[in-house]
Design a protein around this ligand. Structure first.
Ligand code: SF4
Ligand code: FE
Length: 483
């Protein structure tokens, strides 16, 4: 069974034994929890589309390990075509869910861990790659969702991991035993953690010799004893408890993040892929971040498509579609969105093979892609709000619209053009609100800024990869400067 059906995926989560705190309470049944369930629906869509012959080419791939058809989220990119298909798959899923579908983090993590463990073993004679391939074989065979976990809480940013007042602010090994290691610390902003079967932990940054206990990579079942979660709040999240469909904006889908805590977690050696080899921590971070920065040239573009469509509908329902400034704003939104897509495709097309055989994106272009994502979606959101009008944030509730008496008044005064029911107008404005200010704003607006690394992280990479010396040389040659 290399492809799980969506139902099998949902049932597999029901068998897990997560320990999750949400708004001060332990959650008994995350799959059916009204706040969590929409995020599960998004991941479920990655399984559903893989069963659809129309999307087979993007959603599935042939495993280089078994030759079997697997979900692309479990695949190691074998060529630049695979890298391009990955971005196209992410755009498709953004369009289908209008939210973060979470499963990319694990895909980006396995691709980074593959090449780095291969290079470590070659140089150091370790057995990490072999262990990793064993895990990957299981992941592909069982069509697992794996959560890549990188970002440590980091405490005082001016201090190195070992110098923190609390050593657990960075995830670290606290004991090395014969059978495995004991880990303490936490990972913050963990996208989709509670919809995942396993977690793949990586170091948060380049480590030095004195912080080698923090150069750590391993896998663990997401519900292992010794891991618990504190669920992240999102703007307007309690609207999901109201039982309606309009005010949530997105009737079915969402995303989630959580704080993942390692409370003396035991990890057997067979699941450890890095433990102390600090010289390789930087490469792992750089490659994972590169892959995830490429990802944003797909997923954010797909959600952008939904937002642009919603803005255009809002204009139609207002009777403003023919106004030249509206047309121009929609053109601008499309131009910005396709610019992001162009970056996602470009860093994929310029990818190259690593020593392990999998393909890595062009790191400079992937960082340029994400740097644009820290800006352009904000302008797209601004234009969507401009077109939507103030009603997007002042409109009466779904309960008022459905009310036996005042419902008629809401219906009458929130009406746009006569041929469109008021409810349609309410729905589309709530969708724009959801993507720009509500629960999906985590996955579109603020995640565009900070997800896959904050803007400054990309600027550091651009300065490293941009080859300024070469550009100076070009200028000297053209200007006839001889040193
Ligand atoms: Fe995937 Fe985008 Fe969510 Fe990252 S932010 S997990 S790339 S959908
Ligand atoms: Fe993200």
């Amino acid at each position: 069974m290399t492809l799980k059906t969506p139902e099998q995926y949902e049932n597999s989560l029901r068998k897990m034994n997560f320990k999750i705190y949400l708004m001060g309470e332990l959650v008994e049944n995350p799959v059916d929890h009204p706040i969590i369930r929409p995020s599960m629906n998004s991941v479920k869509m990655t399984y559903a589309l893989a069963q659809d012959s129309q999307h087979e080419d993007l959603m599935t791939a042939k495993s280089h390990l078994s030759g079997k058809k697997i979900n692309r989220f479990c695949h190691l990119h074998r060529n630049t075509e695979d890298l391009i298909k990955k971005v196209k798959m992410q755009r498709l899923l953004g369009q289908k869910t209008g939210a973060c579908f979470q499963r990319c983090v694990g895909m980006d993590a396995i691709n980074a861990v593959d090449s780095v463990t291969f290079e470590m073993d070659k140089k150091l004679g370790t057995k990490y790659h072999e262990r990793f391939i064993k895990f990957l074989t299981m992941m592909q065979e069982e069509d697992l969702t794996v959560d890549g976990a990188m970002t440590d809480p980091k405490g005082d940013r001016s201090l190195t991991p070992g110098k923190q007042a609390d050593p657990d602010l960075f995830t670290h090994v606290v004991e090395r035993r014969k059978d495995g290691i004991i880990v303490r610390g936490a990972k913050a902003h963990q996208t989709g953690a509670l919809n995942s079967h396993w977690i793949l932990v990586m170091p948060t940054m380049t480590m030095t010799k004195e912080d080698s206990d923090y150069a750590l990579s391993f896998v663990a079942p997401a519900d292992a004893e010794g891991i618990f979660y504190i669920y992240g709040r999102q703007s307007c999240d309690t609207r999901k408890l109201e039982g309606g469909e309009i005010d949530v904006g997105n009737k079915e889908f969402g995303g989630h993040e959580a704080l993942m805590v390692f409370d003396n977690l035991f990890v057997p050696w067979e699941n450890v892929f890095m433990c102390g080899e600090y010289e390789y921590s930087g490469a792992l971070v750089e490659r994972f971040a590169g892959y995830h920065r490429q990802s944003y040239g797909g997923c954010k573009v797909g959600v952008g498509d939904v937002l642009i469509g919603a803005a255009a509908l809002a204009a139609d329902y207002n009777g403003a579609a023919k106004a030249s400034h509206i047309k121009d704003k929609l053109i601008e939104m499309m131009h910005l969105n396709e610019t992001l897509y162009a970056c996602g495709i470009a860093c994929s097309a310029e990818g190259h093979q690593t020593a392990s055989g999998n393909y890595l994106i062009d790191l400079l272009l992937a960082n340029v892609c994400k740097q644009n994502v820290t800006r352009l979606p904000y302008e797209i959101a601004r234009l969507a709000e401009d077109i939507a009008g103030g009603l997007m944030v002042t409109m009466a509730s779904e309960q008022d619209l459905r009310h036996p008496e005042i419902g008629k008044i809401v219906e009458k005064y929130f009406k746009g053009i006569a041929s469109v029911p008021t409810e349609h107008r309410c729905r589309v404005l709530r969708l724009i609100e959801n993507v720009t200010l509500g629960t999906a704003a985590v996955g579109y607006r603020t995640e565009s800024m900070h997800g896959a690394g904050s803007p400054q992280a990309q600027r550091i990479m651009i300065s490293r990869q941009g080859n300024l010396a070469h550009k100076k040389k070009l200028a000297k040659e053209i200007a006839g400067i001889k040193d």
